[in-house]
Ligand binder design. Structure first.
Ligand SMILES: Cc1cc2nc3c(=O)[nH]c(=O)nc-3n(C[C@H](O)[C@H](O)[C@H](O)COP(=O)(O)OP(=O)(O)OC[C@H]3O[C@@H](n4cnc5c(N)ncnc54)[C@H](O)[C@@H]3O)c2cc1C
Ligand code: SF4
Length: 450
């Protein structure tokens, strides 16, 4: 069996392709490409003769995380929730234009600009909503402050980044912004000596909870009774004041908005399989990982606040220099305390994904293998996951999605938020039980291609 066939059969057809684009970048003939599908970007191999490396680095089939921690950081993490790290801070860009353009505090955007303007990189690979058309998003190469700024904000639909590797100019140095599966694939490529991957000098990435399939937006538009011929002219996932709101503009001049906490109702119906299977929330293989600083204090202050985690001495020196020169406003944060801001999502990934992947395998479905087993994993945690998985299963059906279109968002948004908070409160004792002392035990090595 060829590598492309195995990827197609086991990963793409198995429904566990994350759409990272690494395999496409490894096609020596350059014929393979990523194509837009209802599941986000997926590879079209076009008969490509891929090397064994494409199978090894594919994050859809899994990642041998223990081996990758050792290869990349020379050790396993001391804190399994946060991953290997140097320091944790909270803060934001001191430049109000950048801060307000950003998803939380504009830290990723400002750091990219710093890297470019201090000639530490020649360009940045960023993800931009609206390319090539308003409802789509693509990775693009930004070579100026303005181009980096134009790509600020989070994009909550799947976007491939690594298929861009063959387009890098030899000899140039790049920064890349990417999601956890992509960072893990990139690091494996770098450790395997892939030349273009080694041109990526800095990897930055968001903490990554959930992303949505593109159909979520179609459903949202239908629920707002936007006719098909009134085309979308722009989409922002987090417009306005932090934490922001979804803003969609149409050719007829309609401006549809929905608070971030309200359009979360789309999650149970359109959550991506990658979100359900990944065990990495804090983007552990980035040099710099940034999330929203969810805490009552920052939420009351408003204005956009990030939690900022450096993972390499070089990136730590860069962030410290940005602090010293007044580009970033930050406060030191205790690493363990910072995790309280994301306890629910950390549990969703570290224990929830492990259980969901086990359940998929139990029911004969493909699931990625990460070679790590969370401990403790009490029976009560399994019980909570049965409920969550059942809701996602029902929510993902065509019937449920169709019904959703008929419920006004003014009803479902607040209702969902209320139910979400109730569920969070009810399941919190189970989900937090043992989370603070969670360890992940390496259990297996991933197989090679037969
Ligand atoms: C899919 C997704 C899920 C997330 N889930 C959570 C969560 O559960 N909890 C939490 O605290 N934070 C989450 N975040 C992170 C959060 O939304 C912000 O991205 C983060 O706080 C960084 O803010 P910032 O202002 O520094 O980023 P900005 O300065 O706005 O810069 C963001 C950078 O990320 C790039 N980018 C945007 N979307 C993508 C993408 N899909 N793939 C690759 N690059 C991208 C942009 O091009 C830009 O360069 C998520 C982000 C994404 C994309
Ligand atoms: S997860 Fe990435 S490497 Fe694996 S098949 Fe999908 S696009 Fe290719």
């Amino acid at each position: 069996m060829t590598v492309a066939q195995k990827l197609q059969d086991d990963v793409v057809a198995g429904g566990i392709c994350t759409g990272c684009g690494a395999c496409v970048a490894l096609d020596p003939a350059g014929r393979a490409r990523m194509v837009d599908t209802p599941l986000g970007p997926q590879p079209d191999f076009a008969g490509a003769d891929l090397p064994e490396l494409a199978w090894q680095v594919c994050p859809g089939k899994g990642v041998d995380y223990a081996a990758l921690y050792h290869a990349h950081y020379g050790q396993l993490p001391e804190n399994w929730l946060l991953g290997c790290h140097q320091r944790v801070r909270t803060g934001h860009s001191a430049d109000e234009t950048i801060r307000r353009a950003g998803a939380s505090g504009g830290v990723i955007t400002h750091t990219l600009i710093y890297l470019l303007e201090n000639k530490l990189v020649d360009a940045a690979i960023v993800v931009r909503q609206g390319v090539p058309e308003p409802l789509l998003a693509r990775a693009v190469i930004a070579r100026s402050r303005a181009e980096i700024l134009a790509a600020a904000q989070s994009v909550y639909i799947p976007v491939a980044t690594l298929d861009l590797l063959p387009q890098l100019t030899p000899g140039e140095r790049y920064a890349l912004v990417c999601l956890p599966d992509q960072a893990a694939a990139l690091r494996q490529l770098q450790h395997a000596g892939h030349p273009a991957a080694q041109q990526i000098k800095f990897v930055l990435g968001p903490y990554t909870g959930t992303a949505l399939y593109p159909a979520a937006i179609t459903c949202f538009l239908r629920s707002r009774r936007v006719p098909k011929n009134d085309v979308v002219t722009s989409l922002k996932w987090r417009a306005g004041e932090w934490p922001g709101y979804l803003e969609i503009r149409t050719a007829a001049g309609r401006v549809l908005t929905s608070k971030k906490i309200y359009y979360n109702f789309l999650i149970p119906f359109f959550i991506t399989q990658n979100s359900l299977q990944s065990m990495d929330f804090t983007n552990e293989f980035c040099d710099l990982s940034v999330g929203d600083a969810w805490s009552p204090r920052f939420e009351a202050l408003g204005g956009g606040h990030s939690v900022i985690t450096t993972r390499t001495p070089e990136m730590e020196a860069i962030i410290a220099a940005m602090e010293r020169t007044g580009l970033l406003k930050t406060e030191p944060e205790d690493a363990a305390a910072s995790l309280a801001m994301h306890g629910h999502m950390l549990d969703f990934k570290k224990r929830g994904s492990y259980i969901r992947n086990r359940l998929r395998r139990r029911f004969g479905r493909a699931a990625p293998e990460y070679g790590l087993r969370p401990d403790p994993l009490p029976k009560s945690r399994w019980a909570v996951e049965f409920v969550v998985s059942f809701l996602f299963l029902v929510g993902g059906t065509r019937v449920a999605r169709k019904i959703l279109e008929w419920i006004p968002e003014s009803v479902i948004g607040p209702l969902f938020n209320r139910l979400r908070l109730l569920w969070k409160g009810w399941s919190k004792p189970v989900k937090r039980k043992g989370l603070g002392t969670l360890t992940l035990t390496p259990v297996s090595k991933l197989g090679k291609i037969d």
